[in-house]
Design a protein around this ligand. Structure first.
Ligand code: PLP
Length: 442
């Protein structure tokens, strides 16, 4: 294969030496190629968490030394994330559980009468939280320019006096394609709307700057950013968050609570990030995210992007001449993208194909509609409005391979070899429970 190899080494991640069984009794090192679902922890993150663990203590609620230390670590993590995201001076960083949680938090903080604009191509985490607002769902654009034009048109028709929010992904979890975030932000602002960036798939692969992109909020998940310890982030403008009811009611969010003479309870809520962080904060999760932010920054996104480009090219070049393998794309084969590629294989059910990659080669990928039902249906030529089950095998399913900073060349090379072999032996054989596996498997 003639692909340039002058790229940086993969970052050390956990799980690289895990051995898994194959259907024929052999054992091989696991090839994690499902980064878009959850990426392995960076070794650096694991080490930082382990180094802190003995000092673990409560956050914002203890006088003891370890509580003080843990509180400082938690707040330091907030500052690190703000720096990583290029936040503005008065932006707020709220620790959540995930991107889903972050976007639901923002949805709960929408001002009265807010109209929300989303493309049907979004992950369900970005498509669904707005169900209590007026939602305009825009059709799938066939290119970045069309995306901006569609949004411009929709915003031009809206009530210019009411509040409005645009929610858009930075990189698709199905095609990996990059969305024109800065242009969409400019369009939103030109029409008096705000914009939240779903960076779940972008932040692990590309630098994200709230300031440079001029987005109002950004959301991402620790577990996709090599920090799988249960935390996520919502960062951005403080005003809507300050004016909203707390996302969760409880300790930590409340500044003062008194019993009223009439038997009721009166609460004064915090105004800063704590307003939406009720309960005991996940200091290990926040620390892990901050550690990942530092590790990626130190590795240099220009190096990580170049390495990922190299891996994408390796997959593309390795499968270019294989008949019957069709990659899914909204913006075209050459559109800039991150290391997330979905495809279908003639003659194969996608779920069977993913299983065959696992049982025959020790490769972990995902098959399904990837919680982006309308988009996958559109890409597969189906009806985006059709009903169906998320992971039910069937014609309208695809296979997704995804990788990132910790992926060695060997994993994508094994994937390419596996696809070539499986396509060459489409009959395979069926196991007792009806699954299709490579013909070589016992
Ligand atoms: N947005 C995108 C683009 C995603 O790919 C995902 C998860 O796959 C999410 C949001 C939701 O992330 P989480 O499951 O961590 O809440």
């Amino acid at each position: 294969m003639s692909v340039a190899t002058s790229v940086c080494a993969p970052l050390p991640v956990l799980g690289g030496d895990v051995i898994v069984p194959l259907a024929d009794g052999r054992e091989v090192p696991y090839a994690a190629l499902d980064y878009a679902a959850s990426a392995p922890a960076l070794q650096r993150v694991w080490d930082d968490v382990a180094a802190y663990a003995p000092y673990y203590g409560s956050v914002h609620r203890g006088a003891g030394y370890l509580s003080q230390l843990s509180t400082e670590l938690f707040e330091k993590a907030r500052r690190t994330v703000a720096g990583f995201l290029g936040c503005r001076e008065d932006d707020q960083v709220v620790f959540t559980r995930s991107t889903t949680d972050s976007l639901n938090l923002l949805a709960a903080a929408l001002p009265e009468g807010c109209q929300v604009f989303v493309f049907e191509t979004e992950h369900h985490a970005a498509l669904l939280p707005w169900r209590h607002a007026r939602v305009s769902c825009l059709p799938a654009p066939r290119g970045p320019r069309e995306a901006v034009a569609l949004l411009e048109r929709a915003l031009a028709d809206r009530d210019p006096h009411g509040p409005a929010l645009v929610c858009v992904t930075g990189a698709s979890n199905v095609t990996g394609e990059l969305w024109p975030v800065a242009e969409l932000a400019a369009a939103a602002h030109a029409h008096g709307a705000r914009i939240v960036l779903d960076a779940a798939q972008l932040a692990p692969h590309h630098p994200v700057s709230v300031r440079d992109l001029d987005v109002d909020w950004v959301a991402f998940s620790g577990h996709k950013l090599y920090a799988p310890f249960g935390s996520g982030v919502l960062a951005g403008r403080a005003d809507w968050l300050r004016d909203a009811e707390p996302y969760l009611a409880g300790g930590g969010a409340s500044r003062s609570v008194v019993r009223r003479p009439d038997g009721g309870v009166e609460v004064a809520w915090h105004e800063g990030a704590a307003r939406h962080e009720a309960g005991s904060p996940n200091v290990i999760g926040a620390h892990a995210i901050a550690s990942a932010c530092q590790a990626l920054t130190e590795a240099g996104f220009e190096n990580l992007v170049a390495r990922e480009r190299h891996l994408i090219d390796r997959v593309r070049a390795g499968l270019a001449d294989v008949p019957g393998v069709r990659f899914l794309s909204l913006f075209g084969a050459d559109a800039p993208r991150v290391g997330v590629l979905s495809f279908v294989v003639d003659g194969w059910d996608s779920a069977d194909f993913a299983t065959a990659l696992s049982t025959g080669y020790g490769i972990g990928v995902r098959a399904g509609l990837f919680c982006a039902h309308p988009l996958v249906r559109t890409l597969l030529g189906g009806d985006p409005a059709a009903e169906g089950d998320c992971e039910t095998p069937g014609d309208l399913n695809a296979v997704r391979v995804s990788f990132g900073a910790g992926t060695p060349d060997e994993h994508v090379d094994r994937f390419v070899r596996a696809v070539r072999e499986l396509v060459a032996t489409p009959c395979g054989q069926r196991t007792a429970d009806g699954r299709r596996v490579p013909a070589t498997a016992g």
